[in-house]
Write a protein that binds this ligand. Structure first.
Ligand SMILES: Nc1ncnc2c1ncn2[C@@H]1O[C@H](COP(=O)(O)OP(=O)(O)O)[C@@H](O)[C@H]1O
Ligand SMILES: [Mg+2]
Length: 324
């Protein structure tokens, strides 16, 4: 919140009663929280943490109106968990909440990895990092696999330069830029251990658990409904079995693997319909994924444990997601 740009601050008299629920409604944050509940399956601890953060920000805002000044809360966060557990998706919602509560001016989410921040040659890193910061200013900077910024094994690694610049901005511009560091939990722990500067600036640590097979099935149904598809009962059963097998194979990426599996199921459905002997198809046929569209996957073949399903797209489990 940049105080200078605001209309003159109105301080409420000390005995004004404030209805926090009404404040919540006025901010339109409840809407985002409700969507989060409805559109994201599972993730209970994550949703609780987001709601707690929203409450903190809301109370902070009301405190401000009562002239109870304090430094604005540090909002930099770490989102840890395996690929496909919803980190990017939740970061988008977080950006929206921060925007609606006016902690950031514009609320855009800029997703980057090491390559976007660090140059190959001397003198290239600072401009690259600053360019990214400029784009993200007023919103949220999401650094995927943030720990790759720090490579102690390379004595002259430019990542350290990028970290230095980020640290400065995280301190000096913390009321207008929120940084989210994302990645695997163990690697992030190691990163924070060797970067006390980062550790001290990141106040909120949120862990994203792996999904259960049942949760993944619900996620699949939600994804399909979004696209006007449905699973037949047999197909739902087949997909649950698919999921249990796929989880044991390499490069499993939670909800992302399910999304990929559904893309291929759609491909098989289209071909099944196209090659079928019946002359016409009905709307329900066009909508329905059948068990055979799932069961044709390589995942159901014997001896495929060392394969990554039939999803070539999953080989780079943490590639930055720009769209979702
Ligand atoms: N809890 C969930 N409910 C519904 N869809 C989800 C959920 N978690 C993830 N997804 C979907 O799975 C895909 C991967 O999620 P993403 O947020 O990119 O994961 P991560 O950033 O942790 O790798 C996205 O398409 C997202 O919409
Ligand atoms: Mg991601």
């Amino acid at each position: 919140m940049t105080e200078e740009n605001e209309t003159p601050k109105i301080i409420l008299p000390d005995d004004t009663p404030v209805d926090l629920q009404k404040e919540l409604r006025l901010s339109n944050v409840q809407e985002v929280l409700d969507e989060l509940d409805k559109e994201l399956i599972g993730l209970k601890p994550v949703k609780t943490r987001i709601r707690e953060t929203a409450a903190l920000l809301l109370v902070d805002r009301v405190r401000n109106k009562m002239n109870l000044t304090a430094a604005s809360p540090t909002l930099h966060m770490s989102f840890t968990g395996n690929p496909g557990t919803g980190k990017t998706t939740v970061a988008l919602r977080m950006a929206e909440i921060l925007h609606r509560l006016e902690y950031v001016r514009t609320g855009q989410l800029v997703t980057v990895t090491r390559d976007d921040l660090v140059g190959q040659y001397i003198g290239h890193t600072a401009p690259k990092t600053k360019e990214v910061i400029k784009k993200a200013m007023g919103g949220v900077l999401f650094i995927d696999e943030a720990y790759y910024l720090y490579k102690p094994e390379n004595e002259r690694d430019y990542g350290a330069e990028s970290i230095e610049i980020l640290l400065q901005v995280m301190e000096n511009n913390r009321d207008d830029l929120v940084v989210v560091l994302a990645g695997y939990k163990d690697k992030m722990d190691t990163f924070f251990h060797s970067n006390p500067g980062m550790r001290s600036r990141v106040a909120h640590h949120i862990d994203f658990p792996d999904y259960s097979p049942d949760e993944l099935l619900m996620i699949a149904k939600l994804m399909l409904a979004d696209q006007n598809y449905r699973l037949s009962d047999d197909a739902a059963e087949a997909l649950l079995e698919y999921t249990k097998r796929r989880m044991k194979m390499i490069h499993f990426a939670n909800a992302r693997s399910i999304r990929n599996a559904l893309d291929r199921a759609r491909l098989r459905q289209a071909n099944r319909l196209f090659n079928s002997t019946s002359k016409s198809v009905k709307k329900i046929d066009l909508m329905t994924i059948e068990a055979e569209d799932i069961l044709a996957s390589r995942v159901f073949e014997e001896g495929t444990l060392d394969m990554d399903g039939d999803e070539g797209a999953d080989i780079k489990p943490q590639e930055p997601i720009v769209d979702s």
